[in-house]
Design a protein around this ligand. Sequence first.
Ligand code: ARG
Length: 481
Amino acid sequence: MENKKLWGGRFGQGAAEILDKFNASLPFDKKLYKQDILGSQTHAKMLAHCGILTHEEAQKICVGLEQIKSEIEQGSFEFVLSDEDIHMAVEKRLTQLIGEVGKKLHTARSRNDQVALDFRLFVLDSNRNLRALLLELIATLLEIAKPHTQSILPGMTHLQHAQPVNFGFLMCAYANMFMRDFERLESSYKRNNFCPLGAAALAGTPYATDRFFTAKALGFTAPTLNATDSVSDRDFALDFLYECSMIAMHISRLAEELVLWSSYEFRFITLSDAYSTGSSIMPQKKNPDVPELLRGKSGRVYGNLLSLLVVMKGLPLAYNKDTQEDKEGVFDSFETLELSLRILKDTLKTMSIHTDSMLKACKRGHLSATDLADFLVQNCNIPFREAHHITGKAVAYAESLGKDLSELSVEELCSVDSLIPQTAHQSLDLEKSMNSRNSYGGTSTEATKAQIASIEAWWNCALAALQNSAPLDSTTPYKES
Ligand code: ARG
């Protein structure tokens, strides 16, 4: 059997059939068709700009590529496994469509820099898409936070009642995590926005090309500096996979809160019917499958990061076929997060929030204990360790009465220790307790409102940065008011 591959010149025999299946990336890299066609059109224009092709030739190539794009989009393009990858599938079709001139497109480039370009463009597009979705999620968290800066619930450490906080404050905590995720993506976008096309196989090209022309036309900051590095490393994809892992981790933490909060033990929220599922055997059940899946998806996203780290470990310069393994994990992490971020946002938007159960939960666990101790320190000149001990006695006394500390009467409280004045009773009030934590970044209603305002200021800068590809000034939320 004669070898019909585009690279088949030096081969007498065709490849074994099973090899096509093993070797080909076409089944998954066809997803890169848009990037591939845009890259090729830009390359053809650059070749014409430099006098390597005529303008008519470049024009013919661009029109042919445009037709291929519509064939792919209309589903009439025939993908053949033996074409190996999207780059060769497109090039072969181009020559079928426009004849010999199609064979000139691959002048002064190689598949090595071609795939490095296509994949990098995909990663950068995905980076921007995730940032837009993060902004929508942060806006949703703010929307929920705003009417709940006075909704008191138990703040926890070790999943034990610790101090009263407000619900808006907790939403702001998550907003801050997603803000950093946005900033991480933004910083790697800036670092990786350099064009590898023109690096050719590994060492550059003898043709008098203009890599700055290509880079500019494709929206990159500049061409990459070193040809061998350009075709060999995949750190730009690893940056992205790491950033995806961090987002997945934050999503999974918030999802876990939703699972807990929607249980009968908490009942702080109820998930909307549209975002929960039933049990096939227990008719009464409404399960939080959606947040559970949001939590569970982190597994595959972390896995994709680790896989590519292992693929890249120890690879010598320059291009190695191992790197063909870089794509599926990135596609999967992006698609997983794109869906997860949308679903998380909708789940949050549609849940109902039960401030009465939150307040009721505050009556368990002696949340105002720290406040009583602080009161004794601040007003009675009692050293903190001693105040801590006296408060401990008050907690034990309340428990012996079957009450929460906040439910003790003035008399009951004063009976615990002669050092406790009547005025100490006011420190047990939950709302006062929450509002007493008025330090910068604290949970008081006032401090929470200030945080919301800062996040909003950040959000507006982040949106402008995303729209204009301008750098974000991440000091925005930290300005002193
Ligand atoms: N399908 C290949 C990949 O994804 C394209 C580059 C192939 N280059 C080569 N010299 N075999 O990495």
